[in-house]
Design a protein around this ligand. Structure first.
Ligand code: NAD
Length: 284
């Protein structure tokens, strides 16, 4: 297992975190992105995050140097051809992801497993873009990847048992806890989380409580580490709306319709932490 090489396509928030974790566990990693500036940023973010671990004493300087040396960066998808596993972490858009899966299918060797880190897009639909549906699987890492233990493993209709076993074993080697579910809109995590965020937004919209009170009630009353509105800011209001719309359309059920307050925040570019303002204000 140690000799397998990992490809990651998409070097943004999730891609650089996934590269970080695999390299710390001695895997060779090749990170591909279409944007050179994102690759440069990913390189420095990984170094910064490892430096934090170094200061905390969770890794030593030799481990950090070796791990950073194991990560290569490229702008060419063709460089992924020899990888044993490619994890896709590009933007959440079914057409763009399907094209990348079709390209990977023609570029990579026959035995390569193609995994997606999608938060909501159907693994079965991505598999349809390839001629290897038995080797397509969801590996839904949580943000921030180096810290969060869970990987939600999404099993498609045609995912083989060998592929699933391999991904479950590999996830444990990188000290994560893989938990399986079948392919369905929002999987388990977002099917439960997004309606909660939407209800919190509706409580605000209907004047039932303030932002702070809604979050405090859920933190103190339910033992959640963070209130739903603060969490929505962290995820991004645009991302929450995108996932709610997938649930709304796929289940054809009004209960998933994004709250007006979310839609107007998106219109005003109050997307949460990433734009400096969402339900709360943030300083950069
Ligand atoms: N951010 C989160 O909290 C989170 C959590 C779990 C899962 N996800 C999922 O992970 C995926 C990535 O999310 P993110 O937040 O890292 O996004 P991001 O916007 O930070 O990064 C996406 C990267 O993909 C690159 N990209 C786009 N098209 C490409 C292509 N054709 N080839 C190569 N690179 C391409 C972009 O240049 C960008 O750097 C999405 O599917 C998202 O739903 C995100």
């Amino acid at each position: 297992m140690k000799h397998i090489s990992i490809g990651i396509i998409g070097a943004g928030t999730m891609g650089n975190g996934i590269a970080h974790v695999f390299s710390l566990f001695d895997f060779d990693v090749l990170v591909v992105d279409i944007d050179k500036s994102i690759l440069d940023k990913a390189k420095s973010t990984i170094a910064q995050n490892m430096n934090r671990q170094l200061k905390k004493g969770t890794i030593n300087s030799q481990k950090m140097t070796d791990s950073l040396d194991r990560i290569l960066f490229s702008k060419s998808i063709n460089d992924l051809k020899e990888c044993d596993l490619v994890i896709e972490a590009i933007k959440e858009d079914i057409d763009v992801k399907s094209r990348v899966f079709a390209d990977l299918d023609s570029i990579c060797k026959k035995s390569t497993i193609l995994a997606s880190n999608t938060s909501s897009i159907s693994i079965n639909k991505l598999a349809e873009a390839t001629n290897r549906p038995d080797k397509i699987i969801g590996m839904h890492f949580m943000n921030p990847v180096p810290i969060m233990k869970l990987i939600e493993i999404i099993v498609g209709n045609k995912t083989s048992k060998d592929c699933l076993d391999f991904i479950m074993d590999l996830s444990k080697i990188i000290d994560k806890i893989p938990v399986k579910c079948n392919d369905a809109p929002g999987f388990v995590s977002n099917r439960i989380l997004m309606p909660m965020i939407n209800e919190a937004a509706l409580c605000l919209e209907e004047g039932i409580a303030t932002v702070e009170s809604i979050d405090e009630i859920m933190v103190l009353g339910m033992g959640h580490p963070m209130g739903p509105l603060k969490l929505a800011d962290l995820i991004g209001i645009d991302v929450c709306i995108y996932i709610l719309n997938i649930l709304y359309n796929d289940f054809n059920n009004n209960k998933y319709k994004p709250a007006e307050v979310l839609l107007s925040m998106k219109k005003n570019n109050k997307l949460g932490k990433k734009t400096g303002e969402g339900f709360y204000k943030y300083e950069f």
